[in-house]
Design a protein around this ligand. Structure first.
Ligand code: GLN
Length: 554
């Protein structure tokens, strides 16, 4: 069977959930037994999002092979449960840098190098490359909104792609917004019509129109969109906002018949007529039915833009699903921690996460949060920079190194417990010394971390420059810190923990990238497990206090 391609474009507005819709469709196709991969085309000129401020673009998602990619790839991995790679994200910048490199090498044999055909060919080649022998369907999301000047070359490339790959092997899905206008009490189709017109002006007639709205789209409205946009009514999909969880979206799309319709278009309906959604349905039922509630404080720098910590939030939710608990995230601005501690405002947290980050701002607040968690037996998980601040706090307060710091924040500190290790300067590019992608670690048998993983050799994704400084490891260990995982050669500390604490664990990696909705990451699972226990312990205590107060009243 030739590989099939589904292209997903968006109209009207950004942030309609194009990535989630594409990912949810991917899940449905997988549930039909198809082997799916996904890719995102991004219109910006950065070669990858690695150099972008998270305030601008949200989290940088890291793949096993060290790709620094768009956060939508995180949605893809979580929904289709496949590990993607750096080639799963292509930006205008990366396309142009290859085209220009080819031009400099003389590959174009003296031709004038142009957007059509050279840039569009490069785009098509990147898409075609994803159709390996073990893939049945490639879903390609085009970032940006139809009508943006930046995405014209991508739209042109995917238009041409249908000719190259054969009509029956390509399908275009267009996502639009159907707003509800309160004064007229109606849902409006005009934005959809306009964006379909815009797409058509570039030569693409959508096969499926997915309408995002807060209320379901009625049949009569579907007929109207069908008539005006020239698609059958069954190709108009009402994608109403999911109430409880994004993981309901596959069920919403399936109820609208979207996956069946796409399969019919691509001639997959006979070979893949059956769909087994039972496991996913059971999972969603568990998610929706969760009753306990735990409050997890995330001590961050970009708390006004929660997308900067998207995978951390999802990993916490996944862990909550496992324990039947709703995870309530308390965003704590790192710079405000000291003031909040003085006012006792972190007392009610059931757990604390100190996520990754770069730059000095807020670091003292993160260090103080790590100390507070340690001293008050609050379950605490440090991710990358989080591990580093835990080590700094431990060194300062328990290992007698009052000036302990990371060389990143205090280049002249005599006690650089976190430093650049010169033997790992093996990566090039702006990242320079960044350790990127999957690295294996060996865990200490019997440690909390090894127990959590249930394995002694694990692989996690990395994105950082600094490491625990080996010169101080003995002193830290003598003071009671346990290095519960290291690189196989023992030179890089990958995990730390504190015996006797319910859960005070740091990892130099970013385990959040590997958490799956129905398979939470072991460290997040244990963190939230400990949080649930703490919350349960707290409830009776609060009741006792209330009872005490009543006694006093009497
Ligand atoms: N800034 C730290 C380093 O470069 C941590 C990076 C991170 O948390 N991703 O090592």
């Amino acid at each position: 069977m030739p590989t099939k391609f589904v292209f997903v474009t968006g109209g009207v507005s950004s942030s309609l959930g194009k990535g989630l819709t594409a990912a949810a469709l991917g899940r449905l196709l997988k549930c039909r037994g198809l082997r799916v991969t996904m890719c995102k085309l991004d219109p910006y000129i950065n070669v990858d999002p690695g150099t972008m401020n998270p305030f601008e673009h949200g989290e940088v998602f890291v793949t096993d092979d060290g790709g620094e990619t768009d956060l939508d790839l995180g949605h893809y991995e979580r929904f289709i449960d496949e590990s993607l790679h750096r080639d799963s994200n292509t930006t205008t910048g990366s396309i142009y840098s290859s085209v220009i490199a080819k031009e400099r090498r003389g590959d174009y044999l003296g031709k004038t190098v142009q957007v059509i055909p050279h840039v569009t060919d490069e785009i098509k080649e990147r898409i075609a490359r994803l159709a390996t022998d073990d893939v049945d369907v490639v879903i390609v999301e085009v970032g940006g909104t139809v009508g943006d000047i930046e995405i014209v070359p991508f739209i042109e490339a995917i238009r041409q792609f249908r000719r190259d790959a054969g009509r029956e092997n390509v399908c275009y899905v267009h996502l639009t917004l159907v707003p509800y206008l309160a004064p007229s009490g109606e849902q409006k189709t005009k934005p959809t019509q306009h964006s379909v017109t815009e797409l058509r002006s570039r030569g693409i007639q959508p096969d499926v129109i997915v309408c995002r709205s807060d209320q379901p789209i009625s049949d009569s409205l579907k007929r109207k969109i069908s008539l005006l946009c020239d698609v059958p009514t069954e190709a108009v999909v009402s994608a109403v906002d999911a109430d409880d969880t994004i993981y309901e979206i596959p069920l919403v799309l399936h109820a609208e018949g979207m996956d069946g319709y796409v399969c019919r278009l691509l001639n997959l309906d006979e070979s893949h007529a059956e769909i087994d959604l039972s496991a996913w349905e059971a999972f969603v039922e568990r998610v929706v039915g969760a009753t306990d509630e735990v409050r997890v404080g995330v001590i961050g720098k970009y708390v006004n833009l929660p997308d900067a910590y998207l995978s951390v939030v999802e990993a916490l939710r996944h862990a909550g699903f496992f324990h039947g608990a709703r995870v309530e995230i308390e965003w704590v601005q790192a710079e405000e921690v000291l003031g909040m501690l003085a006012e006792g405002r972190l007392r009610d947290l059931d757990a604390i996460v100190i996520p990754g980050g770069f730059g000095e701002r807020g670091v003292e607040g993160k260090i103080a949060a790590a100390t507070y968690a340690r001293e008050h037996a609050i379950p605490c998980l440090g991710l990358c920079l989080g591990l580093q601040v835990m080590v700094i706090e431990f060194a300062r307060n328990l290992a007698g190194m009052a000036r302990a710091h990371s060389r990143e924040f205090d280049p002249s500190t005599p006690e650089a417990v976190i430093d650049i290790m010169d033997d790992q300067a093996d990566v090039v590019d702006l990242g320079g010394t960044m350790r990127l992608g999957a690295y294996v670690a060996r865990l200490l048998p019997g440690s909390q971390v090894a127990e959590a993983y249930g394995e002694e050799v694990v692989s996690e994704r990395h994105r950082h420059r600094f490491e625990v400084n080996l010169r101080f490891r003995r002193r830290l260990e003598e003071a009671g810190l346990v290095c519960s995982g290291t690189s196989p050669d023992g030179r890089l500390v990958e995990f730390i923990e504190l015996p006797g604490h319910p859960f005070w664990v740091g990892t130099q990696a970013h385990p959040e990238f590997k958490s799956r909705p129905d398979r939470p990451h072991p460290l997040f699972r244990e963190l939230v497990g400990a949080a649930v226990q703490r919350a349960e312990g707290r409830a009776p205590r609060l009741l006792d206090m209330a009872a005490g107060a009543r006694d006093e009243d009497a």
